[in-house]
Design a protein around this ligand. Structure first.
Ligand SMILES: *Cc1c(COP(=O)(O)O)cnc(C)c1O
Length: 396
């Protein structure tokens, strides 16, 4: 046992080489093992790797890294966030039921409502911030409570400890999508969650260059069951992308710290702007989940959303911004602005969307690494154009 208890920022740099993969050369980076199969020296005593769907040394280094960072027993890397999420749901059987946060990522919503139902796995959407409603939704066949906190795109906060208590009292597992926080800010396994899921496409990789997913299990037994699904379903992450993700994770500490600091400033700016109806950011004291979030996380993150009066204003704003890219996704070094109604939540019917507050004027902003003053100036000039439009419309 080491006498030192390194902080996550330190572990992040060295975790991928902890296993000394490169004892032969001393390379500081994990090699990319481009090999689908592995020669077996002995006729009947096989080595640790046989075929890269079942295990690849580069992917294995990544899986050990993420398990170490989340504090879990087993990490598994998948071809996308959705592949990780759907593979976790494959632990269930026909006749099972799940309770899901209503403010769930659009692709997860699509998988639950249009794929799982075909296999006889039913669901109930609830507002997880309302614990009574959550308890009421539990049925004798409920096997999983699915949490996303902060949720997408309204940054709703669920009390992880309380939901874990409810789940344990009812013999359910808890799955938590930790994409927005990353292990740097939120470590759900320490709070009792059974499986942590990530779209590693976002903050973990950080450069908008790969699609990847991660699952980390609290215990070894669940890890073995999920590894069996990973191998059976086969949605694994390739060796090159595993390498990119290992490299991305090394800079997570500085990236997320810088972007979150900027996000706090931008949220505060938007919060008092007359044209902005509402800002959703857990770092604002006015956010209804602010204190719960502060008790279970060490940062507010780099994603915020805000509501402009209508679609027309949102359109003018987006068309006049100079710096951010207007795109699906988040968590990159470049700031990314998106319009959930047409993008991440397009898979959700309009009535369901509006029930969740995803109106046509709602925009989501993922803060990158540009200088915050440049971003603020850009927002200010685009909002001025919107204000002029509103004044013109009132005069008419
Ligand atoms: C992007 C995202 C996903 C899906 O991940 P992919 O890598 O795109 O498959 C799941 N959850 C959240 C919160 C996301 O932002």
């Amino acid at each position: 046992m080491s006498l030192y208890k390194d902080r996550l920022e330190t572990k992040i740099i060295h975790a991928s080489t902890l296993e000394n993969f490169e004892q032969k050369t001393g390379a500081v980076n994990v090699p990319i093992y481009l090999s689908s199969t592995f020669h077996q020296e002995s006729f009947d005593q096989f080595g640790p790797y046989d075929y890269s769907r079942s295990g690849n040394p580069t992917r294995h280094a990544l899986e050990l890294t993420i398990a170490e960072l989340e504090g879990g027993a087993r990490g598994l890397a998948f071809a996308s966030g959705i592949a990780a999420i759907s593979s976790a749901f494959m632990l269930l059987s026909a006749g099972d039921h799940i309770v899901v946060t209503e403010d769930v990522y659009g692709g997860t919503y699509r998988f639950i409502t249009q794929v799982l139902t075909k296999f006889g796995i039913e669901h109930t959407f609830v507002n997880l911030a309302n614990l009574e409603e959550t308890v009421r939704a539990i049925q004798p066949n409920t096997k999983v409570i699915y949490i996303e906190t902060p949720s997408n795109p309204r940054l709703g906060i669920a009390d992880i400890r309380e939901i874990v208590k409810i789940a344990q009292a009812n013999d359910c597992l808890t799955f938590l999508d930790n994409t927005f926080m990353t292990p740097l800010y939120q470590r759900p396994i320490e709070l009792g969650v059974d499986i942590v899921l990530h779209s590693a496409t976002k903050f973990l990789s950080g450069h908008s260059d790969i699609i990847a997913g991660i699952a980390v299990t609290k215990d070894e037994e669940l890890g073995n069951r999920l590894a069996f699904i990973q191998n059976s379903f086969g949605a694994i992450l390739g060796a090159q992308d595993s390498y990119s993700l290992i490299q991305g994770i090394k800079t997570l500490g500085v990236r997320l710290t810088q972007s979150s600091e900027s996000a706090q400033k931008i949220a505060s700016y938007l919060d008092v702007h007359p044209l902005v109806e509402q800002v959703f950011y857990p770092g604002l004291v006015s956010h209804p989940g602010h204190s719960i979030h502060a008790a279970q996380s060490t940062g507010a993150g780099a994603v915020l959303s805000f509501r402009l009066p209508n679609r027309e204003t949102a359109k003018t704003f987006v068309e006049n911004l100079r710096i951010p890219v207007f795109a699906v996704s988040l968590g990159g070094v470049e700031s990314i602005l998106s319009h959930p109604a047409q993008m991440s939540h397009a898979a959700m019917p309009k009535v369901e969307r509006e029930k969740r507050g995803i109106t046509d004027g709602l925009l989501r902003f993922s803060v990158g690494l540009e200088h915050v003053d440049d971003l603020l100036a850009d927002f200010a000039q685009a909002l001025r154009v919107c204000e002029l439009g509103v004044i013109r419309a009132e005069r008419r």
